[in-house]
Design a protein around this ligand. Structure first.
Ligand SMILES: [Zn+2]
Length: 383
């Protein structure tokens, strides 16, 4: 699981005089006929090996690069089973090696630069909310992180003040209840403080509250406005028996529902903008043209959509068909899925990508986009 601490750590790297190797290697176990993972890794590393032997570079730079290449070759073992991208940031001269797994494919590439090349990683992660899930009762709380469909426990909080019927001896019922309420409030306040800190430092987008149905609302009433605004929903769970998988399943339902709503909202926004002719487009041909011109601010892709097409390796033109690039006249290369090429291009150009998993009006159009500027007309096809 990629943690916010890891992302923050990666963003702080760089500027220390030695180069970083940033490597993105897509994992596509279900794509037969492709060169193997190891072969693709080897050829990416071949691309930077001349730098490691370049006598015009400082000795320390060459040694660091040579060690980076050796380390990456050694550390990246077999191809993972899940489709996605393996990302490495390495600077051996400073003892830095970070490996990250992303749930979607990016362009295959290796970059050597003073800073780590993070944009594709950030663009992919941007599509996934990070959720803080709290399982709460009057005395305890468990805080979990849910991200990329995995959970991990961040903290367990138990109020130090013990209480129970045995402490009530000699007190009348009303005073016992008041005392219990007072302790719960103190516990809730402490938990709120902890959540505020986590949201400030942990990069969380959403909050989910779980526990017994009669205890959850009491805590939700305590939430300050800023945390309440992040609330994605509540779930019922038995703190004593719940496993990590139980928490994950409960939170997944809430987060997925929310994601579907967001997806529908985006598709609505695109169609509305198309109808009023305001910096938007829908349908594969126009969206490919927009992608070719780096005009896409937010791309919406029907999650099931696949379409063969062509790309120009010189200027990145994308189209459904054609033999010659209308921009540069080079021969176009056929690809099995031009929509995937479009997604990678938008990430590369600093745009947002949203996969639409729910049934919307986008389904028949395959793709749509909010644009940075109005598109010029299509070039006349050479044919
Ligand atoms: Zn071209």
């Amino acid at each position: 699981m990629i943690t916010q601490e890891q992302v923050d750590r990666i963003l702080r790297l760089g500027g220390n005089g030695l180069p970083f190797v940033s490597l993105y290697l897509p994992v596509e176990p279900d794509r037969p006929g492709r060169r193997t993972y190891r072969a693709r890794l080897a050829s990416l590393l071949e691309g930077i090996r001349p730098l490691a032997d370049d006598r015009s570079l400082e000795h320390a730079v060459r040694v660091s690069l040579r060690d980076d290449i050796a380390k990456i070759e050694k550390r990246l073992g077999e191809e993972p089973q899940r489709p996605g991208t393996v990302v490495v940031f390495s600077c051996s001269g400073h003892g830095v090696y970070e490996e990250v797994w992303l749930p979607r494919a990016t362009h295959e590439r290796v970059v050597v630069d003073a800073d780590p090349y993070v944009r594709p990683m950030l663009a992919v992660l941007d599509e996934y909310d990070r959720t803080c899930a709290v399982v709460v009762d009057e005395v305890t709380a468990q805080v979990w992180e849910y991200h990329l469909d995995e959970v991990r426990e961040l903290a367990a909080i138990r109020d130090r003040t013990t209480r129970g019927p045995e402490h009530a001896a000699g007190l009348d019922e009303v005073r016992v209840r008041d005392r219990a309420d007072e302790l719960s409030k103190r516990h809730y306040r402490r938990l709120i403080g902890e959540l505020k800190r986590l949201f400030k430092e942990g990069g969380f987008d959403l909050l989910a509250i779980g526990g017994h149905p009669y205890q959850v609302p009491a805590f939700i009433e305590f939430l300050p406005r800023d945390l309440h605004d992040r609330l994605v929903g509540r779930f019922t769970v038995d703190r004593d028996t719940a496993t990590a998988a139980d928490i994950r399943d409960k939170v997944r339902v809430l987060v997925t529902d929310r994601a579907y709503q967001e997806q529908e909202r985006l598709v609505g926004e695109i169609l509305e903008a198309v109808a009023t002719k305001h910096h938007a487009t829908v349908g594969l041909d126009d969206t490919l043209w927009a992608g070719s011109l780096a005009a896409i601010r937010t791309l919406a892709v029907d999650a099931q959509a696949v379409a063969p097409g062509v790309v120009c390796d010189r200027d990145g033109l994308l189209a459904r068909t054609g033999e010659q690039c209308p921009l540069c006249q080079d021969a176009l290369r056929e690809v099995p899925d031009v929509i995937e090429e479009l997604v990678k291009t938008v990430i590369e150009d600093g745009g947002e990508v949203r996969h639409i998993e729910t049934e919307t009006d986008l389904h028949t159009h395959l793709t749509g986009a909010l644009l940075r500027f109005e598109l010029p007309p299509h070039p006349v096809d050479a044919e």
